[in-house]
Design a protein around this ligand. Structure first.
Ligand SMILES: *[C@@H]1O[C@H](CO)[C@@H](O)[C@H](O)[C@H]1NC(C)=O
Ligand SMILES: *[C@@H]1O[C@H](CO)[C@@H](O)[C@H](O)[C@H]1NC(C)=O
Ligand SMILES: *[C@@H]1O[C@H](CO)[C@@H](O)[C@H](O)[C@H]1NC(C)=O
Ligand SMILES: *[C@@H]1O[C@H](CO)[C@@H](O)[C@H](O)[C@H]1NC(C)=O
Ligand SMILES: *[C@@H]1O[C@H](CO)[C@@H](O)[C@H](O)[C@H]1NC(C)=O
Ligand SMILES: *[C@@H]1O[C@H](CO)[C@@H](O)[C@H](O)[C@H]1NC(C)=O
Length: 661
């Protein structure tokens, strides 16, 4: 089984990697509008479409842009082609020929658009000339590492360059809505930018389109060495190498010497103590680890983080949902934390969280807090720290724990939360004495609280957030036993249209992570739904889900629930402490919902909004579907010790995911 499934995984993953191999990424993007109706084979529409696509290449090559319509309603088609402003007629023509063939081959809808590196082609049964609609997209592959060393400065220059070019393309008639330009950043680095609009829209519309594209570019590609956004009516791209064929248009570097000094002064005054400490520590680390390049990188990342934390700006995200910046949050200094926690004494220790230890503390004004002190001797966890600050500071919901502040001082990093007197859910449900305190109502409220918190993360907040490490120890309980989701160190933000992501570094907790995430590193809102289902079943049964991916024969919680469900003995699954006082239909309904959440195929699992409706809705109103079999055992995974935590008690494990190199 192990070998076979490894082979299957291997075969399954290969096509994925070919699909996303950047070197084979032409065309960049095809959008066969799925909302439009499809034309039928050999119909007049198809005939007209072929005529239209044949007329495009040579006609477009004359000026680089062409609008055309062919046929009579209802089979009338509108077509448009645009070549990048720097290509010659021959290159333009062959690009359009290829794009036309590809769009015909790939799309059967009456409305579609294709982008290639050097041209784009669009057709529709609806008239669209002169109408600007922003539909920004970026190619689904990632050619550029996020390794710009001073992203704040880089971005400032980039923004200046692209804004200047946008104005030129939009409002300078001689530009023909195309502009390129360069800014020299340093002797070694120059940024090259390109913007273009389709020539059927007005200058104002072109400028608006490019402004939207700049926002998206910032979101996808901040900190990267290159990026591209294309929309129906405009395209925008930057690289740190020349990628176009136009005469040079050198713009001055907007960060003049005077500005540089001003920024320095600001940074110095804003955080002299922090900086001095950091620099001293930086030097020590540098000397101690001169031979270890990796640690030097970590040190650089640490200094970059410090700088980033001293400037405030909103959240942005990369394509994979990694966070780039954060909103201002109260800083607290380390001496206050030492005083509040009695020098991080063991008696104040609340527990181990991801990447650090949590202590109870009392501020001078008497307010109780929980302080998470991140693992000290290693820079590991830096990303997670940043992630948590940026993310959680943005979120406010009754069922999410609140971050009150943070601090960074030398190699000390800490996060300050509201204090939760009832600690975490695992301390209740896996302890027979405390479990007895939780009657059905309390458990039901906790389940609903987690569901609502998760729904907020997935759908209701401004961002779409995947938690990725939901488990009972990450569900905290306040004095009224209200559930609050915590620990966002592993969370990822998705863009509006993004549904799944892949990661090579699978981190999570056995027993709670979904099979597709454990095996293929694929996560989505549905992998959180899976974790939620496991927790729900644990709360009802009072039993702990074991790491069932690793055990081939062991009786796991899910297998157990599934067997009893099929035998119609679901009441045997319910915690005996509950049975006397619990309405039977309600608890059976909950088990049913839990089993729906842990189904093997993510697409079978309900979304959190359905879960909330099912949980809280009138039971008679909605009939529940029968669950399909959950995933019990999905091959063998080799745990590695390259985990991002040094403390084994944190119960976090990195799984090595099979993939071809
Ligand atoms: C059009 O055809 C595609 C497959 O080529 C299909 O996925 C899509 O659902 C169809 N659209 C409509 C509206 O029938
Ligand atoms: C350009 O388009 C017109 C239709 O608008 C078509 O008649 C003509 O053949 C096209 N030119 C070429 C060279 O294909
Ligand atoms: C760039 O310009 C040169 C000379 O004008 C031309 O030979 C070459 O084909 C052009 N490249 C592209 C991609 O258009
Ligand atoms: C278009 O060009 C790409 C590579 O540039 C090529 O792989 C593809 O086969 C071409 N498509 C057609 C229909 O010629
Ligand atoms: C950044 O990553 C690119 C690859 O995407 C690499 O070519 C380049 O050398 C890296 N630069 C630095 C400063 O690490
Ligand atoms: C763009 O930069 C050029 C060169 O510095 C300058 O002359 C021009 O005014 C700028 N345009 C805008 C809109 O800022």
């Amino acid at each position: 089984m192990g070998k076979d499934s490894a082979l299957t995984m291997f075969l399954l993953i290969i096509p994925f990697f070919i699909l996303f191999n950047p070197t084979a990424a032409e065309p960049l993007y095809i959008d066969c509008n799925n909302d439009a109706s499809n034309y039928t084979l050999n119909s007049p529409f198809e005939k007209n479409l072929k005529l239209l696509l044949q007329a495009l290449p040579s006609n477009t090559s004359l000026t680089g842009f062409y609008d055309i319509s062919i046929g009579e309603t209802p089979n009338k088609i509108y077509g448009q082609a645009l070549c990048r402003g720097d290509v010659n007629a021959a290159v333009c023509e062959s690009c359009i020929v290829n794009a036309s063939q590809e769009i015909l081959k790939n799309c059967k809808s009456k409305d579609a658009i294709i982008w290639r590196d050097l041209c784009q082609v669009r057709y529709s049964n609806q008239m669209f000339f002169s109408m600007q609609v922003y539909t920004g997209k970026y190619p689904d592959w990632d050619t550029q590492e996020k390794n710009i060393s001073s992203p704040v400065q880089f971005n400032k220059i980039l923004e200046y360059l692209l804004t200047n070019l946008s104005t030129k393309a939009a409002f300078n008639p001689s530009s023909r809505m195309f502009a390129t330009g360069e800014v020299v950043i340093s002797a070694k680095q120059t940024i090259y930018g390109l913007v273009q609009c389709t020539r059927d829209i007005s200058g104002g519309d072109c400028n608006n389109c490019l402004n939207s594209a700049l926002g998206d570019l910032y979101a996808c590609c901040y900190g990267r060495q290159g990026g591209i956004i294309f929309s129906r009516n405009c395209d925008m791209r930057f690289e740190i190498y020349p990628f176009y064929n136009a005469s040079s248009n050198l713009l001055p570097n907007p960060i003049s010497q005077g500005d540089k000094r001003k920024i320095w002064m600001y940074v110095l005054f804003a955080c002299i103590p922090t900086m001095i400490l950091a620099i001293i520590i930086g030097y020590c680390v540098f000397y101690l680890s001169r031979k270890k390049g990796k640690e030097k990188d970590e040190e650089r990342a640490h200094l970059a983080l410090l700088l980033e934390l001293t400037t405030s700006r909103g959240v942005t995200m990369t394509q994979e949902g990694e966070l780039m910046s954060y909103e201002e949050l109260p800083f607290m200094d380390f001496t206050t934390m030492i005083a509040a926690t009695d020098n991080f004494s063991d008696s104040n220790k609340l527990g181990q969280g991801g990447f650090g230890t949590v202590y109870k503390g009392i501020l001078p004004d008497g307010k109780e807090i929980a302080v998470k002190r991140l693992s000290r001797k290693s820079w590991q966890g830096l990303e997670e720290f940043k992630n948590e600050i940026i993310l959680i500071a943005k979120l406010q919901h009754r069922n999410l724990v609140r971050l009150l502040g943070c601090g960074i001082e030398g190699d000390e990093k800490f996060l300050i939360y509201e204090f939760m007197p009832n600690r975490s859910l695992d301390m209740f449900i896996f302890n027979s004495e405390r479990r007895a305190q939780l009657d059905w109502n309390a458990r039901y409220n906790i389940i609903c609280g987690i569901a609502r918190g998760l729904l907020y993360l997935h759908e209701d907040s401004r961002l779409k957030i995947i938690h990725r490490d939901l488990k009972p120890s990450n569900v905290l309980l306040d004095h009224e036993m209200v559930a609050k989701i915590s620990d966002f160190g592993m969370a990822r933000i998705f863009s509006e249209n993004q549904n799944t992501a892949n990661t090579k570094r699978v981190i999570g907790t056995y027993g709670y992570i979904a099979p597709e995430y454990a095996m293929a590193g694929q996560f989505s809102v549905k992998s959180d739904v899976f974790s939620f289902g496991v927790i729900l079943l644990e709360v009802i049964s009072g039993r702990k889900s074991s790491g069932f991916y690793l055990t081939e024969h062991a009786q796991t919680l899910l297998a157990y629930a599934w067997r009893l469900w099929n035998e119609g003995k679901e009441l045997e699954f319910v915690d005996p402490l509950l049975l006397e006082t619990t309405p039977i239909e309600e608890v059976v309904r909950c088990i049913n919902i839990g089993l729906l959440c842990v189904q093997e195929d993510p697409s079978d699992r309900p979304t959190m909004s359905s879960v909330v409706v099912l949980l809280e809705g009138e039971p008679t109103a909605i009939a529940l579907p029968q669950p399909k079999q959950p995933a019990f055992s999905v091959g063998r995974i080799v745990p590695t010790d390259k985990s991002s935590t040094t403390d084994p008690s944190l119960n976090q494990i990195t799984l090595s995911v099979l993939q071809p190199r």
